[in-house]
Design a binder for this molecule. Structure first.
Ligand code: F3S
Length: 391
């Protein structure tokens, strides 16, 4: 890799050991993937913020890095942590909260924004054509496919290193020649509902591996549905972007795959692991809810009450919570918990006695059996809310 004189100085440790380590992580990665140079980024987004998913060894590294006094050089945001201050912060064991707070202190010391969301694109304006170093897989697909930005799927350490250096190696999806679609997916009959988008993502992730699809047969191209599709796609595969009908650039000779009703229905069925009629938790907000989603949920629950034996969590970012204050009031009045900074997957639901999670997100339904040791019920938003609400 060719380094500028300034980059070489960092690489050789002239600006301190912390930036040297970060530069070495980036150069190693670049060498591995054949990058010739580093390119400046507009922002970095770090995942692995929750103590539940991070564990102890990376926590020690983070603390040491923060102690060095090293700071981020670009806009740098953080993925959800394991609790929100109002609800889970009062219910979870103090020992776990304490560990989590130490991680947060280290990030804050380095200059990371206390964003704690998997939808950083709701907080910041992302330029078309901007280079980013984002680690949250659902946000990576969203940035590449919907916002027209460019980011590889970073790991936690490489996103952290990019935040500190302000650059990323120029390889993969940063290069226009690697952003070309190479498979056509025809969904027939066309799909319309959020849960179908979600299921399509899980199905495609499994068969596409890292291919970039053009998807035909998406009937409603709302950002929220595309967000669900992208989050699910990234859960089961390595695809980091997709094209959709609006921008169809069909090429002759491109490989084709058909997806029918059976594939969508089977996927939804597989993501439901229990026949229990009543879940302990109904969880909406994976990825974190947008303003539109909050409005939609508020409209459905208006004037109703949550059943005593079921919890309803609606997860969103602090930014959207602030913007949707009136709707949030409505949700809280009915007994829903509107949680910022966290989600059901990255917190300790087991500690709270939650054994069954019902959700409209295929990503949660895919991860919860392993990460939460919970049974799952995947269902459309309306059905999830109906289950949680009193008649
Ligand atoms: Fe976000 Fe948690 Fe889903 S981090 S994408 S809400 S698993």
């Amino acid at each position: 890799m060719h380094l500028t004189r300034e980059e070489e100085r960092i690489y050789n440790g002239e600006l301190g050991w912390a930036s040297q380590i970060c530069m070495r992580i980036l150069v190693k990665l670049g060498d591995l993937f054949g990058a010739e140079r580093l390119i400046p980024i507009d922002s970095a987004h770090v995942s692995g913020v929750s103590y539940k998913t991070l564990g102890n060894a990376p926590t020690d590294f983070l603390k040491t890095l923060a102690e060095s006094g090293e700071k981020t050089r670009v806009e740098s945001t953080l993925n959800p942590k394991s609790f929100d201050p109002e609800y889970l912060g009062k219910r979870l064991p103090e020992k776990l909260l304490q560990e989590q707070r130490e991680i947060l202190r280290a990030f804050e010391k380095m200059g990371f924004k206390q964003s704690y969301t998997c939808t950083p694109y709701h907080l910041q304006k992302v330029r078309v054509g901007a280079h980013l170093a984002w680690a949250e897989s659902s946000a990576v697909v969203y940035a590449n496919s919907i916002l027209g930005a460019m980011t590889n799927r970073e790991g936690g350490p490489s996103a952290l290193a990019a935040a500190i250096i302000g650059k990323t190696p120029d390889y993969g999806i940063h290069k226009p020649e690697n952003r070309k679609p190479n498979i056509l997916v025809e969904v027939d009959p066309p799909i319309k509902y959020g849960i179908e988008y979600s299921a399509l993502g899980i199905f495609l992730g499994r068969i596409l591996k890292d291919k970039i699809p053009i998807i035909k047969g998406l009937k409603e191209l709302t950002e929220d549905k595309l967000k669900q599709l992208g989050a699910a796609l990234a859960s089961t595969g390595m695809t980091n972007m997709f094209y959709y009908e609006n921008e169809l650039r069909e090429k002759s000779g491109i490989e084709k795959v058909n997806v029918g009703r059976k594939e969508i229905e089977n996927t939804i069925e597989q993501l439901t692991t229990t026949q229990v009629p009543k879940p302990d938790l109904v969880f909406i907000g994976c990825p974190h809810c947008s303003l539109q989603e909050i409005k939609k949920i508020a409209k459905i629950v208006r004037g109703k009450k949550i059943k005593q034996e079921i919890e309803l969590w609606i997860c969103t970012s602090r930014f959207i919570r602030e913007k949707a204050a009136d709707h949030i009031n409505e949700l809280e009045k009915c007994g829903a918990k509107v949680l910022t900074d966290t989600c059901a997957v990255v917190t300790w639901t087991e500690e709270l006695g939650i054994k069954t999670i019902m959700t409209n997100s295929a990503k949660t339904a895919y991860y919860a059996p392993t990460l939460n040791k919970a049974d799952t019920i995947l269902a459309p938003l309306e059905e999830c809310l109906k289950t949680a609400l009193e008649k």
